[in-house]
Design a protein around this ligand. Structure first.
Ligand SMILES: C[S@@+](CC[C@H](N)C(=O)[O-])C[C@H]1O[C@@H](n2cnc3c(N)ncnc32)[C@H](O)[C@@H]1O
Length: 290
């Protein structure tokens, strides 16, 4: 902390003397610090697929899909399938008699998914999770991956899932709890403010990962198990691909959570030295018993 305070003082002195910005002065004093601009300014269109293919994405998706206990002849619903990050492993688990229905509200994402898959067992439908155009008891397995965090009314969607599941049908939901977001910073208050901004302003249902065990039971489903999977990141660029540091920080400044100087320091720390962040995704497994 003392070292950090000394560094900050030296950076401020240099900035005052040379007229440089705080970030530029800091970069001169720590020459190997990568600039914050290394972080992505815009969310790339293949964001979801890259997240799915990352080591952390592969780890929790593999575990979650295992929990579906898919029979090759099943009908599976992937609710909020997006650009299709998990369609491939789901299709691979099915035999010729199985079928997979991907539903998403975003037409553009579904178009990208359609471009990637040509499989007669796969049907991709534009639709709203709150009012599914699927018959009662018509699905054996339902998979929900990081979609419940965005829903307007998760309880309504769980009732819909119960309705469309066959008796003994299973639902697996893989959702983060953003209260578990940990990002190391020499100024812990900045990390705390950033997490508070994410919870209060960025994610609609930031606690959904730990709420689902309760919500599935309220929806009349039997809770089978909850598996926490904690992803850790030691490479800031890999972390940025998931968390979008520059974009979210820019929004935090606009919303008055961080001032520009704090934002510069925050991004400077994230991009400039040893990095550690983690987030827990909770895999909730439930069954329709009647
Ligand atoms: C974070 S993405 C996850 C996509 C995919 N499951 C994956 O893991 O790659 C969330 C998806 O949920 C979809 N979504 C959000 N609200 C929805 C709703 N009410 N009905 C259907 N899809 C919705 C979004 O369009 C988006 O594609």
């Amino acid at each position: 902390m003392t070292r950090n305070r000394n560094l900050k003082r030296r950076v401020r002195l240099r900035a005052a003397k040379t007229g440089e910005s705080y970030t530029s002065a800091r970069r001169q004093l720590i020459p190997d610090e990568p600039p914050a601009s290394k972080f992505e300014a815009q969310r790339p269109s293949d964001y979801l697929l890259r997240a799915a293919a990352s080591p952390a994405g592969r780890t929790y998706k593999t575990l979650a899909i295992e929990q579906l206990a898919i029979d090759p002849a099943n009908t599976i619903l992937d609710l909020g399938c997006g650009t299709g990050g998990e369609l491939d492993p789901l299709l691979r688990a099915l035999g010729p008699a199985g079928s997979l229905i991907g539903v998403d509200a975003d037409e553009e994402a579904l178009r990208a998914a359609r471009d990637r898959f040509e499989d007669p067992r796969l049907k991709l439908i534009v639709g709203d999770a709150h009012t599914l155009a699927l018959d009662d008891g018509s699905v054996d397995r339902a998979y929900v991956d990081r979609t419940a965090q965005h829903l307007t009314a998760p309880a309504t969607v769980l009732s819909e899932l119960r309705r469309i599941l066959r008796p003994d049908g299973r639902v697996v939901l893989a959702e983060p709890d953003w209260q578990t977001l940990v990002i190391d910073s020499p100024e812990p208050e900045l990390a705390e403010t950033y997490r508070r901004f994410v919870i209060e302003e960025v994610i609609r249902n930031p606690r959904i990962g730990s709420e689902l065990p309760r919500l599935v039971q309220h929806a009349g489903l039997q809770l089978d198990t909850v598996i926490p999977v904690t992803a850790t990141y030691t490479d800031p660029i890999e972390g940025d691909r998931i968390f979008g540091f520059a974009r979210v920080t820019r929004r935090a400044v606009a919303a008055g959570y961080l001032d520009p100087d704090q934002a510069d320091r925050w991004l400077g720390y994230l991009g400039g030295g040893p990095f550690f962040a983690s987030l827990t995704v909770f895999i909730t497994v439930a069954t329709r018993i009647c």
